[in-house]
Structures are given as C-alpha cells and as structure tokens.
Design a protein around this ligand. Structure first.
Ligand SMILES: [Zn+2]
Length: 472
C-alpha cells in the first residue's frame, strides 16, 4: 500500500507541488486502491495530474484515450517539461514508418496518448493488448454521449474495448456535469462498481456580470478597449462570429474560430491565441475543449449560452492560473430567438427522422443530416428506435427548460454566484471580494488601455488626423 507521505513525496519530486488541488487526492487514492473512478471536475482543476501521478505509483503503462490531437500534444509536452521521456502520442499525425517503429517499441513508454480511431485499428490494438496496463484513462469522457456538443461515435466503442482488454483499472475524466451525460458515461464505460468524484463548480476567482443593452456591438467595442485581456468572445453561430470579425478586425488584435474552418486553420488560430499573438478570439462553442491557456482574463458571451451547464464550462476557461478573471454576458431583448429557431430546427429534424425510420421518407441514408446519421447509428446500436425517439422528445423539452434557466439567470436580481451554485445543488460558502454585479463588483480593467492594432495605412492616417484634432 502507498501511504500519504509517499503520495506527497511524488507530488513534490515529480510535479513540484506541495499540496493537491480539490479532488485530486481522492481520485488518486481511489485508483491506487484499485477502484475504477469517474471524475467530474470543472475545467482548470488539474485533471491530468490525477493519472500522471497514479501512473508513477503503479507498474505498467498508462494509456490515455483523447479526442483531439492538440490535446494529446499538449499533454505530451506537459509531461516532457516535467522531465518524462517515456511519453508518446499515437495519432494520425504520425508517418507510417514512425508509427511502425513506435508500435515495435510500445512497451518502453510509460504514458501513451491515443485517439479512439487509432485504438480500433487491429494492428495497434494487438500491440496494446500485449501491454501491461497500469491505468486506462478516458479523457473528455463526455464525448461518448450524444447529448453533448462534442459527440464522437468512436468513443462509444470504448466500453467494448475495455472488456477486450480484460477491464484494466479505469479513470474517466470530464468537465461536463449534466446528469444525462454522466449517466451515459456510467452506462457505457463502467461495468462494475466504481467511485464517483464530483467537484464543486465554484470558481472563486471569476466574477460574473450580465449587461442588458440595446447596443451590443457598441458595448462590446467599449469592453474590448477597456477590460483585462486575453479573452474569448462566444457567439452562437458561425455567421455571427464572422460578422463580428469583419467589424472588429481593424480595431483589435482578434481572430475567429468555428467548426467550419479547415483543421489546419483551426490549429494555427489556437497556436496564435495560446502564444499571445492574438488578444481576443471570437468563437462558437466548438472552441475550447482541451484549451490549456492559463491567463485568459475575460470570457464574453455576445449571445446567450445554450444552457447554464454550457455557460459554466465556457466561462471556466477563464483564470485557470488562479488570478482574478471575469465572465460578461451581453443581452439584448429577444436574443433568445436564435435558440427558439435552433429548437424548431431540431424538432423538424427529429420529425423527418421519424418519418425516415417508418419508411415514409423516400431518401437514402446518406441524405440524412449529420445529426440524423448520429441518431441512426444510435437507433441501430441499441436496437430500440422507439426508445430513442422518446428520448429525443424529452431532450427537446429539456432544451426549452435550459433556455428558460439561462433567461432566469439574466433576470436574476440577487447574487449571480449563488444562482449558478444553486443550479448545481450547491450552496455558496464564501462571497469573494469580486463576486458579481449584484454585489457591486467592478469590471476587471486592463492595466493599460488596448491600443488599436492592425490598422490599415488609411486608418492610421485617420488616427493621426484625429489625434491632431484632439490635441488642438
Ligand atoms: Zn454575488
């Protein structure tokens, strides 16, 4: 058995920390005692340390299934910085010779990061089966749920894969806390008893603001010129993201990101933002998973988030370094319309899908929408189309309810922190100095005001003229 002193010794020697963050020690202790664990930790609570440290204390390899190449590379370099050499990522970025070489030498690695697609390749899987696995980690486990935004069909095969590997010690990690997603994870991954760790969603270093304004664009301009950066501006559609980019790209150091961009472009933008070459990033909720940037000071929602759960996850990307940060939600009357529109589309898609299942719709499988194809895979897999249709209807009702809750948050006349915690059945324990607008907190401002950047020569000339006018 490993005692507490040994745990702290490894924490100090390998990670240079003197204490654990909330939840970490519990997770590690459970794993060390041989218990499969599902850990729901809000973003920025140090999830990776849980499997890294556990890995050092157990003989064998730690296999981490990860949905994104950028995420894997991030984790690999994190471990390398800690001095770990026996770490590798197996993904589609490898050339065939590289991959062959790695597969021959797989057993020499302590930490192996792998995409779910790669794991399913027979040649790869055969090699994995030969390893002595210390721990099997499913990172971003919410990707297996069709109820989330990040659904990955390959993730649904992981339950079967675990069985084929004789059920190694399992750790599933996620930041997404909705009960439905958690239920999906339990059902698909955990076949025996397991331990659940769910940490508080409270982030004392984030302050909350909602501003109602009829002039959102102008207000956004003021905010961008004055508040602490870097930051992310979330919009609900790709169109809006691009529209705002057109408006603001001449005035601020800003980029945009959404699922419609080519993967190379997305990577480049992520890199630029991470490296601090871009101050602001306009994004849909496609941006964020696996983004490990500690110094994000401000998260702005230009549109309504879809749910309080989504909201918490998106603003949770602020202040991972523990420094004061803020979340600002801009609301203009009738902003919810776009969500009503999404809901209507979803309902219609479901109705068409129902017709298709009943053979009343004369189209091919391939003509179904992306979402409908996901549903079809699900219907075929569980073999219970009726049950799926029932669940989809319930899901629609839930979406309506979620939107109402977001509107309630906007119209809340008391403490916003209290509202958010209450939504997750938590109580407020301490009102931080900078809490929310109800508590009369002020926006966190930039130390020096943002300088206009990227101006064209024509604009620069105008600026010079304006400066002259104001000097006179
Ligand atoms: Zn408050």
């Amino acid at each position: 058995m490993i005692n507490e002193a040994q745990l702290y010794q490894v924490l100090q020697e390998k990670f240079h920390f003197s204490h654990f963050r909330e939840g970490q020690e519990e997770i590690i202790q459970q794993l060390l005692s041989g218990k499969d664990t599902l850990a729901i930790l809000p973003t920025g609570k140090g999830k990776s340390l849980c499997y890294q440290l556990t890995g050092y204390l157990l003989p064998g390899t730690v296999l981490v299934v990860s949905p994104l190449i950028s995420l894997m590379e991030d984790q690999v370099s994190q471990l390398q910085k800690l001095g770990e050499k026996a770490v590798v990522a197996l993904n589609s970025n490898l050339s065939q010779p590289e991959k062959n070489w790695l597969l021959q030498n797989l057993a020499s690695y302590k930490f192996i990061f792998i995409s779910p697609e790669m794991l399913r390749q027979p040649a790869v899987f055969k090699k994995i089966q030969q390893l002595q696995l210390a721990l099997f980690v499913v990172d971003e486990a919410h990707c297996l749920s069709i109820w989330g935004n990040d659904f990955r069909p390959e993730y649904r095969q992981l339950g079967g894969i675990l069985q084929q590997l004789n059920s190694p010690l399992l750790l599933a990690l996620t930041a997404t806390a909705t009960p439905k997603v958690a239920e999906d994870i339990k059902q698909l991954l955990f076949h025996k008893s397991f331990h659940l760790v769910r940490e508080s969603v409270e982030r004392q270093n984030i302050s909350y603001f909602v501003e109602k304004t009829a002039e959102k664009e102008q207000r956004l301009r003021e905010i961008l010129s004055t508040v602490a950066a870097p930051g992310i501006i979330y919009c609900s559609t790709r169109k809006k993201v691009e529209e705002l980019y057109q408006i603001f790209s001449g005035e601020f150091s800003i980029g945009y990101y959404h699922g419609g961009l080519a993967s190379g472009q997305r990577r480049q933008l992520q890199q630029q933002f991470l490296a601090g070459e871009l101050t602001w990033l306009l994004a849909t909720n496609a941006f964020g998973m696996g983004i490990n940037k500690g110094d994000i000071r401000t998260i702005i929602h230009y549109d309504l988030p879809e749910s309080i759960e989504n909201y918490l996850q998106e603003i949770g990307r602020a202040g991972r370094d523990g420094q004061a940060s803020q979340a600002i939600l801009l609301y203009k009357q009738h902003d919810e319309q776009v969500h009503y529109y999404f809901q209507k589309n979803l309902r219609e898609e479901r109705q068409l899908f129902s017709d298709f299942l009943q053979g009343e719709l004369n189209i091919e499988k391939t003509e179904l929408s992306e979402l409908q194809q996901k549903w079809l895979a699900e219907a075929e897999e569980v073999g219970a189309a009726t049950e799926l249709m029932q669940r989809l209807k319930i899901h629609e009702a839930e979406k309506r309810q979620q939107l109402l809750t977001v509107l309630n948050y906007i119209n809340e006349e008391n403490c916003r922190r209290e509202f958010l915690l209450k939504h997750f059945a938590e109580k407020i324990t301490k009102v931080p100095e900078k809490c929310c607008d109800y508590h009369q907190s002020q926006l966190l401002l930039a130390e020096k005001p943002a300088k206009p950047t990227k101006l064209s020569t024509e604009n620069e000339a105008w600026q010079v003229i304006l400066e002259k006018i104001f000097k006179e």
